[in-house]
Design a protein around this ligand. Structure first.
Ligand SMILES: C[S@@+](CC[C@H](N)C(=O)[O-])C[C@H]1O[C@@H](n2cnc3c(N)ncnc32)[C@H](O)[C@@H]1O
Length: 245
């Protein structure tokens, strides 16, 4: 029997909420099937593919600092889990995320993101801050200072055009646009080459996509690639690409 994955309608949106197999919630367009996470477990996928495979979870757990870039903030699940880990580890975290279509707070509330957090009130604090930014914020960079040591900068811009001012050197990039068939321009050698330039030497870009063209594009930009086992019940393999120079 295929798993039951209930869909909940969102008033005024073509997207629905999908209850994934680990009971966490994601967003899906039921017509196109384009989803923000794997139906086999949004939370499990995010933790495994992004926080664990990048080494960020281990870094924060040992109290060391991390500087992370996410391409595609989406629901904010990857960001909130990273902040949660930094709180737990007493670690410094500087988190940057690029997002073209910043979801409004009434949609975020229905995703019950707090459910996956050790410090659920940080989810409430994020929602309160997101609400203050307005329902349709102008393009720009918005900073949420959660504590003195933990900051989140959301760059509400098209990633194809956005450039950081000055030099940056991220420890990790959570690379989570939609699939190449939908977000083609974010998977080109040109765009992935820009990601390579944003990492420190030894930094990792992690992603769910392991298709041949993406592997070739990553290698062509100078990444050393490694396919790793996917999350339980999800994709067989996922990707870690490391900057070596
Ligand atoms: C798979 S979802 C990301 C899921 C997210 N990491 C999470 O934890 O919910 C892909 C995201 O990429 C964003 N996106 C697509 N094209 C973009 C672009 N050109 N610039 C910035 N964000 C983009 C989409 O709006 C969407 O929120």
């Amino acid at each position: 029997m295929p798993p039951q994955r209930p869909l909940l309608k969102i008033a005024g949106s073509q997207r629905s909420i999908q209850i994934t197999d680990d009971a966490s919630r994601t967003l899906i367009d039921p017509v196109t099937g384009v989803a923000f996470h794997s139906a086999s477990g949004a939370l499990a996928e995010t933790r495994h593919v992004y926080l664990n495979n990048s080494g960020v979870a281990a870094t924060l757990a040992s109290g060391n600092s991390a500087c992370v870039l996410e391409i595609g903030l989406g629901t904010g699940m990857g960001m909130l889990l990273s902040v949660d880990d930094a709180v737990r580890g007493g670690a410094k975290l500087e988190y940057h995320a690029l997002e073209l279509d910043w979801l409004p707070v009434d949609v975020l509330r229905q995703l019950d993101l707090q459910a996956g957090l050790m410090t659920p009130e940080l989810g409430d604090r994020y929602l309160a801050w997101r609400e203050k930014c307005g329902s349709t914020p102008d393009p720009g960079s918005y900073r949420w200072q959660y504590t003195q040591d933990i900051s989140v900068s959301i760059h509400h811009h098209d990633a194809r055009q956005f450039r950081f001012e000055g030099s940056v050197a991220f420890d990790a990039i959570y690379f989570d646009p939609f699939a190449p068939s939908v977000n083609h321009d974010l998977w080109t050698p040109e765009f992935l080459g820009r990601m390579h330039g944003l990492l420190r030497s030894g930094g990792h870009l992690v992603t769910y996509c392991v298709n041949r063209r993406v592997k070739d594009a990553l290698q062509c930009c100078g990444f050393e690639i490694k396919c790793l086992p996917g999350p339980v019940g999800g994709k067989r393999e996922v990707m870690r690409a490391t900057r070596r120079n």
